[in-house]
Ligand binder design. Structure first.
Ligand SMILES: [Fe+2]
Ligand SMILES: [Fe+2]
Length: 315
């Protein structure tokens, strides 16, 4: 069979213990090799092994695309079903994967309105799930970001941003979905101009540093002419690395000029960069923000972040 007989699927959508109804292939040296047969599932070690290989895409035969879609729909339905017999851990894993896949779709194809609309709808379901399932936030943000994925990081930032916003009394579901989506794709530029996210800035080359420092503005530029992007989403992309004291990047803006929702996302982003990319445990990351980075984020937002993490037994 030729390459044209296959289509790619995202590995992060293959979570949970449901049997697959299609054959799944990996691509090795241009050839498609059968990895998992119809009737098997991706639970446990199989998924771990795939993650360890840092593989983000797999392949299925073109004629099995409909079967894959059915698998996805069933997985999502089970995950969002409050009365499902599956554990909250399994459900959270599936939902984390769905959100990550949605982030990858929008980040890779920023000009697709179809992916944007789907992601916004997904953000609303995600928000609902976090609100109604007490253990969901802890489960979702505890899934390790083993391959330093900006989309995986986006899911965590999205969950925490909505958590902080709720604590601040924001209950409007449309607003929560928008800030959830903005946070999900805030690092859109990393998809197009990759930098080694696991390195602190001073260990990057000068070129990498320059690319890195510009990523919020370059990301905002990428979507600025697309009229279906809500201005709030653009603000989050553009301002998420700014600090309230004017020492952030790239625009060195001060709190009075920064969007309050973007500053919530910036706080969540500051926290998860330490966890996802620098390998800190949640307690150390929170302490670092509260002590070493005090003054860069609003104290109120930091206190809400701390409360969210405590409430969900993350710290
Ligand atoms: Fe960023
Ligand atoms: Fe980020």
């Amino acid at each position: 069979m030729d390459a044209k007989d296959f289509v790619s699927i995202r590995v992060c959508t293959l979570r949970g213990d449901q049997q697959i109804n299609f054959d799944a292939f990996v691509q090795v040296a241009g050839k498609h090799i059968l990895y998992l047969r119809k009737g098997d599932s991706f639970e446990g070690d199989r998924l771990k092994r795939l993650k360890a290989k840092k593989l983000r895409k797999m392949y299925i035969r073109v004629e099995e695309e409909d079967s894959y879609r059915t698998y996805m729909t069933q997985n999502i339905e089970v995950a969002y079903d409050k009365n499902s017999s599956k554990s909250i851990e399994d459900r959270s894993q599936i939902i984390q994967g769905v959100q990550q896949s949605s982030a990858e779709d929008v980040m890779e194809n920023p000009d697709s309105k179809a992916f944007y609309d789907l992601a916004l709808k997904g953000s609303m379901h995600f928000s609902d799930f976090l609100k109604n399932e007490e253990q969901a936030l802890k489960q979702i943000i505890s899934i390790p970001n083993e391959d330093f994925s900006p989309a995986h990081h986006g899911v965590t930032v999205s969950a925490l941003t909505m958590g902080i916003a709720r604590r601040k009394g924001i209950e409007d579901e449309d607003t929560l979905s928008l800030i959830g989506l903005g946070s999900l794709v805030h690092d859109i530029e990393h998809q197009h101009s990759p930098v080694p996210l696991e390195k602190p800035k001073d260990q990057m080359t000068l070129e990498e540093q320059a690319t890195y420092e510009l990523h919020p503005v370059s990301g905002a530029e990428r979507v600025k002419d697309l009229d279906f992007y809500d201005p709030l989403i653009m603000k989050i992309i553009k301002e998420h690395e700014e600090y309230i004291d004017g020492t952030g990047y790239p625009s060195k803006m001060y709190e009075k000029d920064l969007d309050p929702f973007a500053m919530i996302a910036a706080t969540a982003n500051g926290y998860d960069k330490l966890v996802s990319f620098f390998g800190m445990d949640p307690k150390t990351a929170l302490k670092t923000l509260l002590i070493d980075k005090l003054g860069l984020y609003s104290l109120e937002n930091l206190q809400h972040l701390q409360a969210v993490l405590k409430q969900h037994s993350v710290v």
